[in-house]
Design a binder for this molecule. Structure first.
Ligand SMILES: Nc1ncnc2c1ncn2[C@@H]1O[C@H](COP(=O)(O)OP(=O)(O)OP(=O)(O)O)[C@@H](O)[C@H]1O
Length: 124
């Protein structure tokens, strides 16, 4: 059985995670941009009345892109904290981290096209 201390510890971790999420939403421009994009796609989903499996694909990609964007921001923060000076290794680490977000973004774009092109063509 869970001890009360363990439950309190889990709750504390949850509060810290919310602090991190509010930092991302308020301070990180790239994360804010991705949230804006996600909101637009949710609005498009309601507008075109996409199917449950299309919602599944769309929400899955949104979760992936936003999570990777958050991890990318954390890596950038860590890199800046450890090495504020110009450094080739830090530049490479940041580029690789940004590249991981780009991979998810490219797949999200492709899935967006697969979902919405038939709905858009039906309007024409
Ligand atoms: N300390 C550094 N040393 C070498 N190159 C760096 C350094 N900091 C940044 N760079 C290079 O500049 C690019 C952009 O870095 P930056 O930290 O501004 O990321 P960003 O994606 O523009 O940030 P944000 O997501 O906050 O807009 C990096 O991907 C890297 O190529």
């Amino acid at each position: 059985m869970f001890k009360l201390k363990t439950i309190k510890g889990r709750l504390r971790s949850f509060v810290f995670a919310w602090k991190g999420l509010s930092h991302l939403c308020l301070k990180e421009d790239s994360f804010k941009f991705q949230v804006l994009f996600s909101v637009l796609f949710v609005m498009a989903g309601f507008y075109f009345k996409i199917t449950p499996s299309e919602w599944f694909a769309q929400l899955g990609m949104m979760a992936l892109v936003l999570s990777l964007e958050g991890i990318n921001s954390a890596i950038e923060e860590l890199a800046n904290y450890n090495q504020p000076e110009h450094d080739l290794a830090i530049g490479k680490i940041k580029d690789i981290s940004a590249g991981a977000v780009l991979v998810a973004g490219i797949f999200a774009f492709i899935i967006g096209i697969i979902i919405y092109i038939p709905y858009i063509l039906a309007l024409i």
